[in-house]
Write a protein of this length. Sequence first.
Length: 384
Amino acid sequence: WLLETCVYLPSLNAAFYLRVSLRKGKSLREALMELDLLEDFLTKHPPSLAAKYSPTTATYEPLANYMDLEYVGTISIGTPPQEFTVLFDTGSSNLWVPSMYCSSEACADHQRYNPALSSTYRGTDDSISTWYGTGSMRGYLAYDTVQVSDIQVPNQIFGLSMTEPGSFLYYAPFDGFLGLAFPSISSSGATPVFDNMMSQSLVSQNLFSIYLTPDEKKGSFVMFGGIDDAYFTGNLSWIPLSSETYWQIKVDSITMYGRPIACPYGCQGIVDSGTSLVAGPAAGINNIQYEIGAAQAKNGSHMVNCSFISLLPDIVFIINGIQFPLPPQAYIRQLKDGSCMSGFEAFSLHTTGGDLWILGDVFLRRYYSVFDRANNMVGLAPAL
């Protein structure tokens, strides 16, 4: 695991930006395919995307489309530091990692935090429970020093899992989560890591940005407190938030060949690094799958004939009057076995602002994204 720190010193302002490198590793889907366990696993553990965003269940944590999550980075907790691989997730707000007292099989397979080894640990009697579509995490809250790149956050509240029922977290390519959404959806009212960074003036600007790429030489990253314009072209398009919970914005429509194919009257979109695909209501997703020739396989994935990819159209998300096209090379995923999978999946959740769409990593690999807490906006620009 590589932590990379970039320090910029502008001539009139000695502000610094800190960058955490993200590793693109083997996805859970690929690991299970290699073990010939995928179909059986999905039969026993069908995912539930709606669980993450249900407005009546604010304690839900993410593992939406956990099958394809690949981008993870390293943080440390405690004094001396104990390292953990976490998913930097803009679709949730809590930090949690496994505890050494967790008896579940999933914990035994991952790094576990040991409070006895940290001189800065402070325990609490407060519990935390989070649910997934395929299992749950239960544990308690504690405080300790959290280090993210060169940013040290003292007295950060975080969750420690005591039980992780089910087997899906056993196969997850990370230990825990670092949520980057708003405090309003934080389980047990725990203050998110980035909120403490802001309140303690540990970042030069109250924003962070994310660059995701399949190119391991370029390297993916989360940058706290800054924007690196070397990783995108043109100017950032700034989009106001429609809700300060998730990073939620209004989508005008989704088009193909210049005609609406989904979200014809507007819908809500969540920019979510903790979801791998683009997800939306069945009607719109089914239209898209039909137009791109995707057929459902036994394991539930929608597969596409790889030889047709160059003939497929762009799918265009119109947001705040601006077109954000996804070419077929972006929304078709070529798996390691040589097959090609659609980057779209169906789930259903209606909000007061309209049907909900999730703009996950398939979208974020195409667009450098800035998450601006000072102005409650998302900035998007074509990624290099």
